[in-house]
Design a protein around this ligand. Structure first.
Ligand code: NCD
Length: 316
């Protein structure tokens, strides 16, 4: 039985916990010398990326290969999309080749769900416009849970360009379902108009927003999604919203720093904090990305290395 993974919205705490638990086993396997298993042997995975990506595409590729699947990468530059083929035509063409999994990234919100409705394969959303990026939120949750031992009761400050961020949206849903307190810290121009509907606390000042936070999650200023100007200048943005030691001092003394990457050093984050091995989880987030994506591939195919052949939590 295949499942699509299109977003965190609508997922239950039990489903999320099951995915995190499943990923834990892959973390260990990924650190071993022999990394390959045969769980997805004979399955075909196509990574279809209509937007540039380094870590997400690479980690989906590694995840599939480590589970023994045949993995094919298609990127816009080399595909028929450049020749004018529509999203749906591309989906139908690929569908005819009987892939089991399609991992899709697209610049338009909703495009991945549209495609999922047309194909037989299980579809995983690797980021659609500013809508959702479910595997990023899951890998963030795994990283936090491994360090802090829990998600529930933690205060997580998500800071920066929330308006354009699918990472923020998926994280807000996930953290809320898992019982964390979410704060959104940004200038009013970089917050969605109805940011309040998410049930998060809103702050326009880093000091107040970071006060007693357990996790400080920084977001990239997504200039490619901006039409017009959203910040007066990069210098001013860095001054008020860039994370440096002084601003970090308002968070809890054991607060940890996260960033989904790619980072704009000196814009939303200072190198001194980004590279602080005691406080920064950025490298670990990348490592957890592979394990999470392995678990998601399994989940979508209804496969588990457990006894009953089911991914726990799926019926909850
Ligand atoms: C994010 C994305 O693409 O949404 N990056 C990622 O997946 N690692 C965040 C970003 O591009 O800023």
């Amino acid at each position: 039985m295949q499942h699509h993974l299109l977003g965190i919205e609508g997922m239950t705490a039990a489903q999320i916990t099951a995915l995190l638990d499943l990923s834990e086993r892959h973390v260990a396997a990924n650190r071993a010398e022999e990394k390959k298993s045969a769980l997805l042997r004979g399955r075909t995975q196509i990574n279809l990326f209509f937007e540039n990506s380094t870590r997400t595409r690479t980690s989906f590729e590694l995840a599939g290969k480590r589970l023994g699947a045949d993995v094919i990468n298609m990127s816009v530059a080399t595909s028929a999309i450049k020749k004018g083929e529509t999203l749906i035509d591309t989906a139908m063409t690929l569908n005819a080749m009987h892939p089991d999994l399609l991992v899709v990234r697209h610049p338009d919100s909703g495009a991945v769900a549209l495609l999922a409705g047309k194909v037989d394969a299980a579809v995983i959303n690797a980021g659609d416009g500013r809508h959702e990026h479910p595997t990023q939120a899951l890998l963030d949750a795994l990283t936090i849970r491994r360090r802090k031992g829990r998600l529930s009761g933690l205060t997580v400050a998500i800071c920066g360009d929330i308006l354009h961020s699918r990472v923020a949206r998926s994280n807000i849903h996930l953290l809320s379902v898992m019982g964390a307190r979410v704060r959104l810290v940004a200038p009013p121009t970089l917050l969605p108009e109805r940011a309040g509907v998410f049930g998060a606390e809103i702050h326009h000042d880093m000091r107040a927003g970071l006060k007693d936070a357990d996790i400080v999650m920084m977001l990239r200023l997504q200039t490619e999604r901006m039409q017009g100007s959203f910040v007066p200048s990069i210098r001013e943005y860095y001054h008020f919203f860039g994370l440096d030691r002084t601003k970090l001092a308002h968070a809890r003394p054991d607060a940890l720093i996260m960033h989904p990457g790619p980072m704009n050093r000196g814009v939303e984050i200072d190198s001194e904090v980004a590279d602080d091995i005691h406080r920064s989880l950025i490298r670990e987030q990348v490592e957890m990305g592979v394990a999470i994506r392995m678990a998601c591939l399994q989940y979508c195919l209804g496969l588990s290395d457990g006894e009953n052949g089911k991914v726990r939590g799926e019926d909850a």
